[in-house]
Write a protein that binds this ligand. Structure first.
Ligand SMILES: Nc1ncnc2c1ncn2[C@@H]1O[C@H](COP(=O)(O)OP(=O)(O)OP(=O)(O)O)[C@@H](O)[C@H]1O
Length: 336
């Protein structure tokens, strides 16, 4: 498998006039290989957007090595720009233009044959709405139009920052189907999200970021397997007696109001045999598999007390995303 995105030791600190220094990305590593649908998962403020912006040259990194399709990024990105589609900042469209006209402008500007327009509209499911004005589009349709614009160049790599943001459940499902279709056609996708279920449903690989650092990476099933504590949930008619029997057999058991959890067992057979031999019949035996949500919460910090809202990740002093109204001193020279 060839590396499509390589990031090593990325660092970015913002210096804001109001709040001082803010470490957004702190020695972060990421490897995306060809053919992957790679989830880039992290809580709000953990550094996902900053990483993607640094990769694409929209913000200057302080340190680190980055490559896209083998070329050093962002310096040599123009060499591979035609093979990469990215939606990192929310795209702004002219409301009075139709979707078709919007894409025609972008196609001309990018030297893409206009015959691609109908193809990408079809691909994102906007074929029948392409001649309507964008101001009449729903948020989900605007997101599709953004994806369509990124697809004009027939990219090998698609980078999507929070594509499901702001969408309703139907829109999220449509976006998921779209990403899957693209992946099936061979496009490598890097998709950032703080929505765990999305990543678990769409992605085959995942990198989890917390406070600007990578805290887990690999195949989704392998990352999950690393957190498997080999526990089984057991429901029996006489839980007290069953717990005693299991403990007598050398197993560790936790008692809950309506069930037991047996720890450190690879399958349920040991449990059902131990209990069955003593005439304690098992009503339910369910292996407790970790899901991405529990792994994510474990890796990205304490969930805290249920009554105390979980704080935004990535900044010791912040209780909210500090971007609004703040000036990134580093960017003045870059964006001017
Ligand atoms: N231009 C900026 N100036 C100052 N601080 C910034 C700037 N951009 C990002 N930050 C800070 O850097 C940290 C990481 O932000 P980033 O947007 O990369 O996180 P994220 O993981 O994409 O979050 P979300 O899921 O909420 O989009 C946050 O604390 C944020 O407030």
């Amino acid at each position: 498998m060839s590396a499509v995105i390589e990031i090593e030791g990325l660092r970015k600190t913002f210096h804001s006039l109001r709040r001082g220094r803010r470490v957004a990305v702190d020695g972060f590593d990421l490897l995306v290989e060809a053919g992957q649908v790679h989830g880039f998962l992290g809580p709000n403020g953990s550094g996902k957007t900053t990483t993607l912006r640094a990769l694409l040259g929209l913000v200057r990194a302080d340190d680190g090595r980055m490559r896209v399709l083998g070329e050093p990024a962002p310096d040599r990105l123009p060499r591979v720009a035609g093979r990469v589609g990215a939606i990192v900042e929310s795209p702004q469209f002219f409301g009075n233009f139709t979707g078709h006209r919007t894409l025609r402008l972008l196609a001309r500007a990018g030297g893409v044959p206009t015959s691609r327009i109908d193809e990408v509209l079809e691909q994102v499911g906007l074929r029948d709405r392409g001649h309507e004005r964008v101001k009449g589009y729903s948020l989900g349709m605007k997101q599709r139009l953004a994806v369509a614009s990124a697809l004009l160049k027939s990219p090998e790599l698609l980078i999507l920052d929070e594509p499901a943001n702001g969408l309703d459940p139907a829109g999220i499902r449509e976006m998921r189907d779209l990403v899957r279709t693209l992946a099936d056609s061979g496009v490598t996708v890097l998709l950032s999200s703080h929505i765990l279920a999305e990543i678990q449903l769409i992605c085959d690989h995942v990198t989890i970021i917390s406070r600007g650092r990578r805290v887990a990476a690999g195949r989704v099933d392998e990352v999950l397997a690393g957190f498997d504590r080999h526990e089984v949930l057991v429901r029996v008619d006489e839980p007290d007696r069953a717990a005693e029997l299991l403990r007598a057999a050398g197993l560790t058991v936790t008692e809950h109001p309506d069930h037991l959890v047996v720890h450190g067992v690879d399958d349920g057979a040991t449990v059902s045999r131990t209990l069955g031999e003593q005439g304690a019949w098992v009503r339910e035996l369910t292996p407790l598999r970790p899901d991405l949500e529990s792994v994510f919460l474990e890796l990205t910090g304490p969930a805290g007390h249920p009554a105390v809202p979980r704080q935004v990740d990535g900044s010791p002093e912040s209780g909210a995303d500090a971007r609004d109204g703040e000036i990134d001193l580093d960017r003045r020279g870059v964006d001017a």
